[in-house]
Design a protein around this ligand. Structure first.
Ligand code: DAK
Length: 257
């Protein structure tokens, strides 16, 4: 049971590696993922993060039902907090995040993908919030993040029914950005991550911060923050480099300073 990290060319690929349980999250796995994500936050060389699942069947089949089955309310609260800490850490990373959904993304697995900035799916991917069939509501952010992507009515239908959404429907309803053949998914995700990594990390992080306010319920505050972040970027070397490179007709070499 592990969370593996590979780093290359400004891109970190985090692999949930517990394929014998379809990468389901038990407490140990969640703690490892939390530690990994918090460490990546401090890595200046990492400019984009990909999350994916080991094996060819699952991104993550959700929380570990075997571990959860006998939990008390107090233990469930603890477990729920840990899951929330993970999704909050992923969402709060300054680096953009791409979920490369290579199979089942069920329950907490779907919610982890929802906490990423971008979702790419293999043509074998399936999404579901099946919790109500287990006697629990979604608990790691699905009720808040799914409606933002697919709209309130669709989210309600998916959460109340627990039905599975295949990759082509996920694409149609805005749950994923693109669908690729299974054997091309990681290469496509890496190519997208490398394109992102070639841009100014300061500017990308500022854009991510401003984007995070788009659904905070206060458009005026979001626009005011965007204006401040825009102005602040003119105090960075990345802004000088990006604009000079354009004028000198050469590729920019960003340092994140
Ligand atoms: N937990 C534990 N083990 C799992 C698992 C899971 N979620 N999903 C699969 N496995 C295990 C299976 O038990 C099996 O193990 P063995 O029997 O071989 O030991 C192995 O993975 C392979 O699974 P299957 O044999 O079932 O494989 P199939 O291809 O036939 O079916 C499947 C794949 C994904 C359709 C099926 O495994 C399935 O339906 N799995 C359960 C999916 C699910 O219901 N996920 C949602 C879990 S609930 C909270 C906040 C959030 C949450 C909880 C609390 N709080 C605020 C307190 C989150 C909840 C969830 O995510």
């Amino acid at each position: 049971m592990a969370v593996d990290v590979e780093q290359s060319g400004g891109v970190a690929t985090v692999t949930l590696n517990r394929p014998q349980a379809l990468n389901a999250f038990n407490t140990v796995q969640l703690q490892r993922l939390l530690g990994t994500v918090r460490a990546l936050r401090e890595e200046r060389d990492v400019r984009c993060v990909i999350l994916t699942g080991a094996g060819d069947k699952a991104f993550a089949a959700g929380a570990d039902i075997k571990e959860m089955a006998e939990k008390s309310e107090a233990q469930a609260l603890e477990f729920g907090r840990l899951g929330h800490a993970v999704t909050a850490a992923v969402e709060g990373l300054p680096q953009p995040t791409i979920a490369a959904v290579n199979g089942y993304a069920f329950g907490g697995g779907c919610e982890l993908a929802l906490a990423c900035d971008i979702r790419l799916a293999s043509d074998r991917a399936q999404f579901s919030q099946p919790e109500v069939g287990l006697g629990i509501p979604p608990g790691w952010g699905g009720t808040q993040r799914l409606p933002r992507l697919v709209g309130a009515g669709r989210a309600a239908e998916l959460i109340f029914s627990g039905r599975r959404v295949a990759a082509d429907e996920a694409m149609r309803i805005g749950l994923v950005n693109a669908v690729y053949p299974a054997d091309a998914l990681l290469a496509e995700a890496t190519a997208m991550a490398q394109r992102i990594a070639a841009n100014s990390p300061r500017a990308v992080a500022a854009a991510k911060r401003a984007l995070s306010l788009a659904f905070a319920g206060n458009p005026a505050a979001g626009l005011a923050t965007e204006a401040i972040l825009f102005a602040e970027s003119f105090g960075t070397e990345d802004q000088r480099e990006g604009m000079r490179a354009f004028l000198e007709k050469r590729p920019a070499a960003f340092t994140g300073v």
